[in-house]
Write a protein that binds this ligand. Structure first.
Ligand code: HBI
Length: 98
């Protein structure tokens, strides 16, 4: 099972994710993205979904038209783990230029 990130490891991991914010009231991070239209948003979500399956680690997300709000946390350990950091970096790379 993934271990919850703590102390300096957590701080350093979060410092490397400048586009993500900590969620109030729970150990999770969130990012909002805006695309040109629904087609672009859904294409992006499909790429993330395939990676999530490969990692066996899944985002909580909300989509309406061109907007995608994503929250990452590891349910198995009740907070942030390296898996969230890894998925957040994949998402950032997939969203570059969008
Ligand atoms: N996704 N975000 C997230 N957190 C988890 O703990 C998790 C997951 N996807 C699959 C998964 N765990 C499996 O290990 C089972 O717990 C279903």
């Amino acid at each position: 099972m993934a271990e919850r990130l703590q102390g300096d490891a957590r701080k350093e991991a979060l410092a490397s994710l400048t586009l993500w914010s900590e969620v109030k009231g729970r150990d999770a991070i969130a990012r909002s993205l805006k695309f040109k239209n629904f087609n672009e948003a859904w294409g992006f979500m499909s790429r993330i979904a395939m990676q999530a399956e490969l990692m066996d680690h899944h985002p909580e997300w909300f989509n309406v038209y061109s907007k995608v709000n994503i929250t990452l946390s590891t349910h198995d350990c009740g907070g942030l783990s390296v898996k969230d950091i890894e998925l957040a970096k994949f998402i950032d790379n997939a969203a570059v230029g969008k």
